[in-house]
Write a protein that binds this ligand. Structure first.
Ligand code: MG
Length: 433
């Protein structure tokens, strides 16, 4: 049922919680007078014509949410040049409403001005909190779609827009899970299977798994038995793959600074690829303390936003490896700026990623365009239909993602598969004009 009103169109979906779509074009813009800088001005006075397809305008921005192994939020930017671009936001609720809110100040803009439009969105959304969080993941999805549009308008792959190649394909590491995640032998068998049968030379396991030695997980302290159990998982998995694969381990922000230091020191003899998110994400001084205490490489980054959020981690050398999530951190250009800043401190980049093929390809396009890319994460090896979401096949072969020579991201959504797997209550994108 669709009901019109003065505030726009309310879509009531029978049998589910009603979702309200407000038409922000029709209400007053509280940000118009209170934006932080002139970057928020529409077009910023740019009027000169560019010629050919480069005079395109954005005509619409749409989203839909797909129920993958995470709720993938797909974004589509439409233009008057007959070109649409696809992007993706880091998962979950909120981004659709934020993108709907931003639409009035994207429509009519030239999609080729990716940097300016990024700043335009940041500044226009300053009152809504464009320093971090869901506003930035929503902006990231639009930014990625703009790269797809821009590439199609100038007939170049996205990596070419980012300055060109350092390599032909992106190394992909596979995030592994077993039903018996706390059993070192089960982990070792899965590591061997994925390396032998699926061809990956880089994998990651969760290390914040129950050991049976816990007394109180809320205080973040690791007891000796817990550290020994983790060492057993690390020993079993690294021995199972030997020199055939690099193995990283993720702790999901679980431990106290002192416990994190003891764990990292205990694991030094196994020479792991990296130990990820050992301490909670907010206190970068504690992060630095852990990193500086050990020869075990320490990584973090998926929970910080924009260049500004990453700056002190990098400048204070609080990490050995930085792990931004491109559909969350601000998008491809913002990811490149973070990578460039990290490279000044000789810090490699391992991109966190739980996205559909769209967000994953955005990360892979960036990975070939920066010198310090270590790998891009792949988190859907158990899903079965991950790559069916796009028309292209064989996206990841032997642990690498080839970068297409087609313009933009080089992928097209299979709208039938999008529709089959949409979250209930979502609507499918309009077809390309
Ligand atoms: Mg992680």
């Amino acid at each position: 049922m669709v009901v019109g009103s003065e505030l726009g169109t309310f879509m009531l979906v029978t049998g589910t919680v009603p979702s309200v779509m407000v038409d922000f074009d029709k209400i007053s813009d509280p940000n118009a007078e209170y934006t932080m800088r002139d970057l928020s001005a529409e077009t910023m006075g740019i009027e000169k014509t560019r010629g050919g397809t480069r005079d395109a305008e954005i005509t619409d921005v749409q989203t839909t949410m797909v129920d993958g192994n995470y709720p993938w939020i797909l974004v589509r930017v439409y233009t008057d040049a007959g070109v649409v671009g696809n992007g993706e936001c880091y998962w979950g609720g909120g981004d659709t409403a934020i993108i709907e809110r931003m639409k009035p100040f994207l429509v009519g803009e030239n999609p080729l001005d990716i940097d300016r439009l990024y700043e335009h969105m940041i500044q226009k959304m300053s009152g809504e909190g464009s320093i971090s969080g869901k506003v930035i993941s929503a902006i990231s999805g639009v930014e990625i779609a703009l790269h797809d549009v821009a590439g199609k308008l100038v007939d170049l792959p996205a990596y070419q827009l980012l300055g060109g190649k350092y390599r032909d394909s992106a190394r992909v590491y596979c995030d592994l899970h077993t039903e018996d995640e706390a059993n070192p032998q089960a982990c070792a068998e899965e590591a061997d299977r994925v390396v032998s049968d699926l061809g990956y030379d880089a994998i990651k396991f969760d290390l914040d798994v129950p050991s049976g030695h816990e007394k109180d997980r809320a205080n973040r302290h690791l007891r000796p038995g817990e550290i020994e159990h983790k060492a057993e998982i690390v020993e079993a998995t690294t021995e199972a793959v030997g020199d055939r694969a690099d193995v990283a381990f993720d702790c999901h922000w679980s431990y106290a600074t002192g416990s994190a230091k003891r764990l990292a020191k205990r694991l030094e003899e196994y020479d792991v690829w990296w130990l990820e998110d050992v301490v909670p994400p907010e206190n970068h001084d504690a992060q630095r303390e852990v990193t500086r205490s050990t020869a075990t490489p320490v990584a973090t980054g998926e929970n910080v936003y924009r260049t500004h959020g990453n700056r002190d981690l990098i400048e204070n050398e609080a990490i050995d490896i930085i792990a931004p999530d491109i559909p969350r951190v601000g998008g491809m250009r913002e990811g490149q700026k973070i990578a460039n800043m990290a490279d000044m401190y000789y810090i490699p980049v391992a991109m966190h990623n739980v996205s559909s093929p769209i967000g994953t390809m955005a990360s892979a396009q960036l990975a070939v365009a920066i010198p310090n890319s270590l790998a891009v994460e792949y988190h859907s090896y158990e899903l079965g239909w991950w790559e069916d979401l796009v028309e292209e096949d064989g996206l990841i072969e032997d642990g690498r993602m080839d970068i297409p020579e087609e313009p933009g991201l080089g992928l097209e959504l299979d709208l039938d598969v999008v529709e089959e797997n949409m979250v209930e209550g979502e609507t499918l994108f309009d077809p390309a004009p």
